[in-house]
Design a protein around this ligand. Structure first.
Ligand code: HPA
Ligand code: MG
Length: 223
């Protein structure tokens, strides 16, 4: 996707105070600010769904990248169904779920575990895949996932990511569809986690140092 097509989130223009919106009590002290309120996420997803449907002419296998992608996936699928019906195109959707984990604390560990069985992977042959991801940070996870999927000869692969982080650590990978480009900070909420916490927060927020410390995993204790 061309950068002019996504929303450029800067900390000057997008910096809502925690008391401008509703935040669960248990996270009140752990967040710096609200970067993208839930309502704006929902509006943006409607536009992405319309674009994807416009670009499509046949069956899609939509692959949700778990766990962080599940909320975006659910909301994107709802909007895509709406636009497919409106457009009167023949675009049946089928769904797959891939589990990928590569982060401990706020760092990428470098290894990616993919959880489809060999039979499920072989089924992807000749299909038009739409990979649905929450965030592209360094891009390394997605590049590895795409390499892995290519071995199973899908007819085409497109990637939709809700967020694209503007980080100097980027490997240069840009998805086909991007919701928002965000500043280089660790974000949580809307199913994005920090060590499995904050998935139950509706808005996309920047975690603060208190939150990072409170929910940190001590690496020495890792097996
Ligand atoms: N937040 C949550 N998960 C992530 C992030 C982030 O900023 N970057 C990569 N995975
Ligand atoms: Mg993730």
């Amino acid at each position: 996707m061309d950068p002019s097509m996504w929303i450029d989130v800067t900390s000057e223009r997008f910096n809502y105070s925690l008391n401008h919106f509703v935040i669960p009590r248990h996270y009140e002290n752990d967040l710096e600010n609200i970067l993208i309120p839930n309502g704006l996420i929902m509006d943006r997803i409607e536009a992405l769904a319309q674009l994807i449907v416009q670009d499509t002419d046949g069956p899609i296998v939509a692959c949700c990248v778990l766990k962080g992608g599940h909320q975006f996936f659910a909301d994107l699928m709802n909007q895509m169904k709406k636009w497919i019906t409106k457009s009167r195109k023949h675009i049946p959707l089928s769904l797959e779920f891939i589990k990928v984990k590569s982060y401990v604390n706020d760092r990428s560990t470098g290894d990616v575990q993919i959880s489809l069985t060999e039979d499920e992977l072989k089924d992807l042959e000749g299909k038009h895949l739409l990979i649905v991801e929450d965030i592209i940070d360094t891009g390394n996870t997605m590049v590895r996932l795409l390499k892995h999927l290519e071995q199973y000869s899908p007819a085409s692969v497109r990637v939709a990511s809700l967020l694209l982080k503007k980080t100097p650590l980027s490997c240069g990978y840009i998805p086909d569809y991007v919701g928002f480009a965000i500043p280089d900070a660790f974000v949580v909420g809307y199913a994005l986690d920090y060590n499995e916490h904050f998935r139950d927060l509706d808005h996309i927020c920047v975690i603060n140092e208190t939150g990072k410390t409170k929910y940190a995993i001590k690496q020495a204790e890792e097996k």
